[in-house]
Design a protein around this ligand. Structure first.
Ligand SMILES: [Zn+2]
Length: 357
């Protein structure tokens, strides 16, 4: 029988308790967490091990190390994220526009922060870089737009870099802004297999919708959603930049009322505080911007040209009143019946679009 060793682990459960657990060499992180959970009465999935790395890493199995992602709500409905590589005890932050909130979560993990991943230059995503860099000048600041404060690494499309042992691929996804980047992050096991995948999409792909095409056209967003993000494995978790799911799904429901996946998701979204993450596979089932070739969407836009259909969807969305859930006002606005006359629809929509965007 293996010798039991008494080891001391500082564990950050919700109470910040420090506990002593008995474990054997070779026990997994999961085993340790179960022991701590039993002792503290905490849900084992909520336990973060702190200060264990240098002492115990050799005793643990590589497969047990996770990529942990902490959504952090900032401002009214924005998200920052802390990405933690348990293997290296190293972390990156995505869009830390309220740095103190992110640093408070980082402190709980005991991990070393090495990188800022900035999705785009908009103030509520990038402004916190200034404070964070004045405090920690050695951080790598990734992005693809000179308007991002403290940017010190301009990543090219499909460029790979690492955070600890996590692999990160920068996906240049222009449309919401010219310099928008989504970060595709994977955890790799000892056999070099991807075991967890996540993509941080900023204001490009959102749960149930997408961002406005502020510095791009509908064909740019089409390219991003169909040729880049839509090509990621279906189990990739999506962490977007805003909690705008209810608004997005109300619009989706109004234009695709027979899609039961939308109504189910909408019902669920009304019962939770946060709707992140979803997955690429899920979004393909209900996000209208990823479903342009579906008959229900084509009936609405009356258009088989995907760029034009994307444009019509965006203008309808921008004019949609999610309080009344009515699309009728759009029809009144355009004075036409959608799906009846493609050419006129496009012309009218373009005219309206210039006024409202
Ligand atoms: Zn934005």
């Amino acid at each position: 029988m293996q010798k039991q060793e008494m080891i001391r682990i500082t564990c950050n459960d919700r109470l910040g308790k420090s506990v002593q657990v008995k474990c054997r060499p070779g026990d997994t992180i999961g085993d340790l967490k179960k022991l701590i959970a039993a002792q503290t009465g905490t849900d084992s999935s909520k336990i973060i091990l702190k200060k264990w790395y240098t002492t115990y890493k050799d005793a643990l199995t590589l497969e047990d190390f996770k990529m942990r992602i902490f959504p952090i709500k900032i401002f009214e409905h924005n998200y920052s994220y802390l990405i933690l590589d348990e293997k290296a005890n190293e972390a990156a932050v995505v869009d830390p526009a309220e740095p103190q909130k992110v640093l408070a979560v980082l402190a709980q993990t005991g991990a070393k922060l090495t990188s800022i991943l900035t999705t785009h230059h908009h103030h509520r995503h990038s402004s916190g870089n200034v404070e964070l860099i004045s405090d920690r000048p050695n951080l790598a600041v990734y992005g693809h737009d000179a308007r991002i404060p403290e940017l010190n690494y301009v990543c090219k499309h499909n460029e790979e870099f690492t955070v600890g042992t996590l692999r990160v691929r920068a996906l240049h996804t222009p449309s919401h802004t010219k310099g928008s980047v989504c970060y595709y992050v994977r955890n790799i096991n000892a056999r070099n297999e991807e075991v967890e995948r996540a993509v941080f999409t900023g204001d490009t792909l959102m749960t149930g919708g997408c961002g406005k095409f502020i510095e791009g056209e509908s064909k740019d967003m089409y390219n991003v959603l169909y040729n880049i993000l839509g090509q990621l494995p279906k189990d990739t978790k999506i962490y977007c930049g805003h909690e705008s799911t209810l608004k997005n799904l109300r619009f989706a429901n109004a234009i695709d009322p027979n899609n039961s996946r939308i109504s189910e998701k909408l019902e669920w979204a009304q019962t939770v505080n946060s709707t992140v993450p979803t997955t690429i596979g899920e979004e393909l089932e209900y996000n209208p911007y990823l479903r342009l070739s579906e008959p229900s969407i084509q009936n609405l836009t009356g258009n088989s040209n995907p760029y034009e259909a994307m444009h019509i969807l965006r203008v309808l969305n921008d004019n949609f009143d999610s309080n009344s859930n009515e699309l009728n006002n759009i029809n009144e606005l355009f004075g036409i019946n959608y799906g009846m006359n493609n050419v006129n629809v496009i012309n009218i929509v373009n005219g309206i679009s210039n006024l409202v965007m």
